[in-house]
Ligand binder design. Structure first.
Ligand SMILES: [Zn+2]
Length: 106
């Protein structure tokens, strides 16, 4: 009984794998067949500076939290006072306590 069930699971996995590979190959073929949008007659490089690798989004620089060492994307980092970056305002306050300017809480 269990052997038959296992066979079905394996068959499903193989089918999923084949479908995924087929999808990836189809996407690559489509992107390869699509002609470049500009620069049909110009002999030089395209005037629109798209960069050498036309990626979907530029790689975001990773910043390191100066307190716990966690790496996080730059748009999620909290900027410190001395040019350092932190993963959260709590770690920034722990590392850079305000000397004479306590927060007005309490
Ligand atoms: Zn941190």
């Amino acid at each position: 009984m269990m052997g038959k069930f296992t066979v079905w699971i394996v068959l499903a996995g193989v089918a999923w794998l084949g479908w995924t590979l087929w999808r990836i190959g189809r996407r690559r073929a489509e992107s390869a067949e699509s002609p470049p949008p500009a620069g049909s007659d110009s002999a030089g490089p395209p005037a629109q500076g798209t960069g050498p690798a036309a990626g979907e989004s530029p790689p975001e620089p990773m910043l390191r939290c100066a307190h716990c060492g966690l790496y996080l994307p730059s748009h999620e980092a909290v900027a410190g006072k001395r040019g350092s970056s932190y993963c959260s305002t709590a770690h920034r306050d722990l590392t850079e306590p305000a000397p004479r300017d306590p927060p007005a809480s309490r």
